[in-house]
Design a protein around this ligand. Structure first.
Ligand SMILES: [Zn+2]
Length: 325
């Protein structure tokens, strides 16, 4: 019983007491806490609802991104360079499903991008590495992630502005600590300047929301959302780690009842079933600047809701309000 109480508290998507229990979980050896979290997600993904299996694709001139639902409300992403068929996967918590999709698309998957160490994102890393060891003809699997021993299978530890390629696609790493100390977002661009890029934001930026401040400060989330992610071109597609649209937009509509963009998107989200809501991802940086209250902490309307007058105090107070929402 204790285990399930503990596990219930650890799921960032479900609990309001996550910060406290995350701290308690950090007291356990990392392997034990990962196992308990794995058990929790496995049980909840089978017991809470039927698991939707539909993948959705965005095809651009230079890249194709396939969104693969995982667990209860996570997203994994397969990113393919159209010219070379080289591919990378972001947060493959269900590695065999990813391999199935990669096989069906006939791409060469040799890179794994980890946003952060939480089990529902990095929990498949070691299994995927094992599959590559068992099949040497697939070639090497390079595993990227922040400098953190809690991430399994890491081969390449990345920092702010580190860059690499997926075929002809350019990837730039954005260090965004706060949800966890080593959280990384990945900005991917095609070779030409004529199409928008894509950013994979893990649990830092969600559609209309942001991740909990488990291991960081309001200043760090401010730097991530305002300093780094808001600075990307408005057309950048935002691929986040979870489907939380309705919950986040309801909070946004409470903070800014006069925001027409928020109300319109909330209405759309509420009319859709889970599959339809998943279709709201990707968002764009431009849309997030219009609807995401955590990216709007300079707005008088948002500051007024929490009774603060600076963006940083507003960030802190908003997160506290959302934790209780
Ligand atoms: Zn997380």
């Amino acid at each position: 019983m204790f285990i399930f109480v503990l596990l219930g508290f650890t799921a960032p998507s479900i609990t309001r007491r996550g910060t406290l229990m995350s701290a308690l979980l950090n007291l356990l050896p990392h392997r034990l806490s990962q196992r308990l979290t794995a058990l929790y997600f496995t049980v909840s993904s089978f017991s809470l609802q039927r698991r939707p299996l539909t993948t959705q694709q965005t095809a651009m001139a230079s890249m194709t991104v396939t969104k693969i639902p995982a667990l209860k409300d996570n997203f994994m992403y397969l990113v393919v360079c159209n010219a070379t068929r080289q591919a990378a996967v972001v947060d493959p918590v269900e590695p065999d499903r990813v391999l199935e999709v990669a096989r069906a698309q006939g791409c060469k998957l040799n890179q794994l991008l980890t946003t952060h160490h939480h089990w529902d994102h990095a929990g498949g890393n070691e299994t995927l590495c094992e599959r590559y060891r068992q099949n040497p003809d697939w070639g090497e699997l390079t595993v990227y992630g922040g400098d953190d021993d809690r991430i399994g299978g890491l081969t390449n530890r990345v920092r702010q502005d580190d860059a690499f390629t997926i075929g002809q696609l350019r990837v730039r790493c954005l260090s965004t600590p706060c949800h966890t100390t080593s959280h990384v977002c990945y900005y991917v661009e095609g070779p030409g300047a004529d199409e928008p890029g894509a950013v994979f934001t893990g649990d830092t930026l969600f559609l209309a929301g942001c991740g909990r401040f488990f291991e960081g400060t309001p200043q760090q989330m401010y730097d991530a959302l305002i300093g780094k992610l808001s600075a990307l071109p408005d057309g950048t597609r935002v691929y986040c780690g979870h489907e939380y649209a309705v919950q986040n937009l309801r909070f946004g509509a409470m903070v800014e009842p006069a925001n027409e963009d928020t109300r319109a998107l909330l209405e759309k989200a509420q009319q859709a079933d889970l599959e339809g809501r998943r279709a709201l991802v990707p968002s764009t940086i431009g849309q997030e600047k219009r609807i995401n209250v955590f990216m709007r902490v300079h707005q008088p309307s948002v500051q007024a809701f929490v009774g603060q007058s600076t963006p940083l105090d507003t960030m802190q107070a908003l997160r506290a309000a959302k934790d209780k929402f």
